[in-house]
Design a protein around this ligand. Structure first.
Ligand SMILES: Nc1ncnc2c1ncn2[C@@H]1O[C@H](COP(=O)(O)OP(=O)(O)OP(=O)(O)O)[C@@H](O)[C@H]1O
Length: 270
């Protein structure tokens, strides 16, 4: 099958305090071209699931069972070399704290151009031009000047735009966005989310959006999956999961989210 299919993924992490059964049978499907929101409390295993899809599980992790199929090929069985090819060209990621995600020592344009050269074999000059075009497509003003700058010269929102440019440089089929707007100003959050939707839809790729923000997931994702204690307890069309949840944990997650959002609303505005 094409798209992403995770079947019964079980991962244990060795810690000083003993083994932690961090993923206890994760089942997840993202059909091609679909946005899936992955929600659930802190520590439920969302980021670890994303790491497995990127072939980047921590050293201390052991895969006890399961398959992670990306367009039919099992990521967990891929060699290092295959993983390097898959990462970037089939699956790419953006994370919270984009400035830290980008390489601090390399000019932003060069980081993007390097990927284009490695994955697509483009000549140096052509890759540099494409990198500037990509920055422009992500809404970065004066892209030529910006391409010559280093990540620390970017604001948070701009750095996330640049990280998105780098992630999309080799037209991956799946973008993992792990809390991509957390920590950005509210207006910038909305802009970055809209940009992700716009650019990814234009490319026909799919998205795994990891977020604490149920409203954001509801706004942009056709499907939602809910993680609890290392497993996906419920997944399905967004409207169904968020308005008629079947699992008690999903219900409590929605209730606590609504309470938190109401708590943020000034009394006079309620
Ligand atoms: N490198 C690691 N070493 C030890 N334990 C880890 C490591 N990575 C993850 N874990 C454990 O695995 C579990 C799942 O963590 P994970 O980061 O996937 O949760 P999460 O749902 O993404 O949380 P958050 O929303 O806070 O990012 C947690 O119990 C965590 O402590």
């Amino acid at each position: 099958m094409s798209g992403l299919l995770i079947e019964d993924l079980r991962v244990t992490i060795g810690t000083a305090a003993g083994p932690v059964h961090a993923l206890r049978g994760v089942d997840l499907a993202i059909p091609p071209g679909t946005f899936l929101g992955l929600v659930g409390e802190s520590g439920s295993g969302k980021s670890l699931t994303a790491s497995a899809v990127l072939g980047m599980l921590p050293e201390a992790a052991t895969v006890d069972a399961g398959r992670v199929l990306l367009d039919g090929a099992d990521i967990l069985k891929a060699s290092r070399r295959e993983l390097r090819r898959i990462r970037g060209s089939q699956v790419a990621a953006i994370f919270q704290n984009p400035v830290a995600t980008l390489n601090p020592l390399i000019r932003v344009g060069d980081q993007i151009a390097e990927l284009i050269r490695i994955h697509r074999g483009a000549p140096r000059r052509r890759a540099a031009v494409e990198a500037v075009d990509l920055l422009a497509a992500m809404g970065i003003a004066e892209p030529r000047r910006r391409a010559r700058q280093y990540p620390h010269q970017y604001s948070g929102g701009m750095a996330q735009r640049a990280a998105l440019a780098r992630a999309l440089a080799c037209s991956p089929r799946l973008l993992i966005a792990d809390e991509p707007t957390t920590g950005l100003d509210a207006t910038v959050q909305a802009e970055v989310l809209a940009l992700i939707v716009d650019r990814v839809r234009a490319a026909g790729a799919s998205v795994l959006l990891i977020t604490h923000d149920l409203a954001a997931a509801a706004q942009v994702c056709e499907r939602v999956a809910v993680m609890h204690d290392g497993a996906v307890v419920e997944q399905g069309p967004t409207a169904q999961v968020l308005t008629a949840p079947r699992d008690p944990y999903t219900r409590s997650l929605i209730d606590s989210y609504v309470l938190a959002v109401d708590g943020d609303t000034p009394v006079e505005a309620r």
